[in-house]
Design a protein around this ligand. Structure first.
Ligand SMILES: [Zn+2]
Length: 220
């Protein structure tokens, strides 16, 4: 799952418009940003098995980012930082960080550790790539509609939000192109690049909204 995680970012932004959108976007992928970094550092491990349905990733070691206790800890820490920066709305950032683990639970094969050792869970929607794609796009499309409506009520243009959504669709499409998967470290680097783009375009939405708000507030 790549694009579906952002449903939580968009929902949080629609419900708590004071939160910066770039932070909502980053929060949804914080666990995978940690994962990409630790994979590149050789700490967390994966194998690429090209024949696997939906995703070629065999994620056999990712305790520090994708075990349940680690996900809770990352969420708590992100929440504490966000509350310092943006007040009580910051707890929504914690919820968005944790939503990543719940969404992964739905799509991953059983590779998410419940403890630091112990059993691994995953409902495996990845094994049905078509259904998985429909769930991801459906969820994101639904909350996009909610967000655009909330923006309209607040007097904000739909265009920046739609532009971000279009950029995410392009990223998801590039991601889905057939081709030989890169090495594990290359996989981590590619993931970090995609998250960087998603956050940067999210930041552009924040800038566009701030500019529009300034314009609306200035005497004509
Ligand atoms: Zn993940």
């Amino acid at each position: 799952m790549f694009i579906g995680h952002f449903a939580a970012s968009v929902a949080a932004k629609a419900l708590r418009p004071a939160l910066p959108f770039w932070a909502c976007v980053g929060a949804a992928q914080l666990l995978d940003i940690g994962w990409g970094t630790l994979v590149m550092a050789g700490v967390e491990k994966l194998r690429l098995v090209p024949g696997l349905p939906g995703s070629p990733l065999d994620l056999y070691f990712m305790q520090y980012t994708h075990s349940l206790p680690a996900a809770l800890l990352w969420s708590l820490l992100a929440g504490l930082v966000a509350v310092r920066l943006w007040g009580r709305d910051g707890w929504w950032i914690a919820a968005v960080v944790f939503s990543h683990w719940l969404a992964d639970l739905l799509v991953h094969r059983p590779d998410l550790p419940l403890g630091l050792g112990g059993p691994k869970v995953g409902l495996g929607l990845w094994n049905l790539p078509m259904a998985e794609m429909i769930v991801e796009l459906g969820l994101l499309g639904l909350v996009m509609g909610m967000w655009v409506a909330a923006r309209r009520d607040a007097g904000l243009a739909a265009r920046p939000a739609i532009g971000w959504f279009a950029a995410m669709l392009v990223l998801a499409l590039v991601n889905a192109l057939p081709g030989k998967p890169p090495s594990p470290a290359g996989m981590g680097a590619l993931a970090l690049f995609a998250f960087g783009v998603a956050i940067a375009v999210g930041w552009l939405v924040d800038r566009a909204d701030a500019a529009q708000a300034r314009l609306a507030g200035s005497p004509s």
